[in-house]
Design a protein around this ligand. Structure first.
Ligand SMILES: [Zn+2]
Length: 314
């Protein structure tokens, strides 16, 4: 009897292990260079954003930590499958919860968090604002317990993983506290949310003017035609996608400017701009809700009334 119970429990353990193994990852891990991986959010958006993994001689650097803590734990497990080297750093490209929500999983795995100086001041405050009236008590509690970054900067940084160079740059446009991560030997740029592929970007904290200038710099990188751009949202991108994204921002600005000139505002402005924006970008996924927000934020920027997070002291 005892033996049968033991066999049954072993079989149960084996089947649950098989089930755990069969459970699909919330992201797709794509190799984009030697020891460089893009973790692209799956079709059900369970991870909440993209992330990245850079394996050097003596350790691993991770770019962003998803929205979902379980997805970050799954990323840690995938990294341990790829390499026995320790996870030493996680770079937050900005404070938004869809990129910082899993930081604790990376910290628990041994990483120190690198972020723009403003992220330390914003991560537990501005993330509440980010959700507006969608905020729930559970989300509020999660945001209040987010770990603060360990190493903050308002300047460019070089991180060495043994002999592998990782260039962390401060850039302008998405939040006022944005970093990108470049691996020169692999020609891979992790852009954070400075680039979205075929999806309208979240402009809530953004300046389209600054954003477009930063993306012009992406296009002007040396050997840009051979650079792999890993966006914050959407699939792995190339130079054509960067151009397409910048065209989208320019179209949005132009259409909203034209609507304002003929006196349109509010819903009427959104109703005028949305179908034209969709027609210009037929391969993009643009919901009416997303387009409405794009128009509102663009209009605020053009009116000089755009709310942006206030820069933080150290
Ligand atoms: Zn994002």
């Amino acid at each position: 009897m005892i033996f049968r119970a033991l066999v049954a429990s072993i079989l149960l353990a084996l089947s649950s292990a098989a089930a755990a193994q069969a459970a699909p990852l919330p992201f797709v891990l794509k190799q984009v260079g030697p020891g460089v991986y893009a973790a692209i959010d799956g079709p059900q958006h369970k991870a909440g954003s993209n992330a990245g993994v850079v394996i050097g001689d003596d350790g691993v650097l991770v770019v962003d930590a998803f929205f979902n803590l379980d997805a970050a734990h799954a990323l840690v497990a995938e990294i341990h499958r790829l390499t026995p080297k320790p996870i030493r750093y996680v770079v937050n490209t900005h404070y938004h919860l869809d990129h910082t929500g899993g930081d604790q999983a990376l910290r628990d795995a041994g990483a120190i968090t690198i972020a723009h100086r403003n992220v330390r001041g914003w991560i537990r405050t501005e993330n509440v604002h980010l959700f507006g009236n969608q905020i729930t008590p559970a989300l509020r509690a999660r945001i209040a317990s987010l770990p603060l970054p360990d190493l903050t900067t308002d300047k460019d940084l070089t991180v060495w993983l043994g002999s592998r160079k990782v260039v962390v740059r401060t850039v302008l446009g998405h939040t006022g506290g944005d970093l990108t991560v470049f691996i020169p030997d692999a020609k891979v740029l992790f852009t954070g949310d400075m680039l979205w592929r075929k999806i309208p970007p979240n402009l809530i904290d953004g300046s389209v003017k600054e954003w477009s200038a930063t993306d012009a710099d992406f296009e002007a990188m040396s050997d840009a035609a051979h650079v792999t751009y890993v966006p914050g949202h959407g699939d792995v991108a190339n130079l054509g996608d960067v151009r397409d994204f910048r065209t989208y921002l320019a179209d949005l600005k132009r259409l909203v400017t034209e609507g304002r000139k003929v006196g349109l505002k509010g819903d009427a402005l959104a109703q005028e701009v949305t179908p034209r924006l969709k027609a210009l970008h037929p391969t993009w996924t643009i919901s009416d809700r997303a387009a409405g927000l794009e128009v509102r934020y663009m209009n605020d920027e053009l009116s000089g009334t755009k709310r942006r997070p206030v820069p933080q002291p150290d």
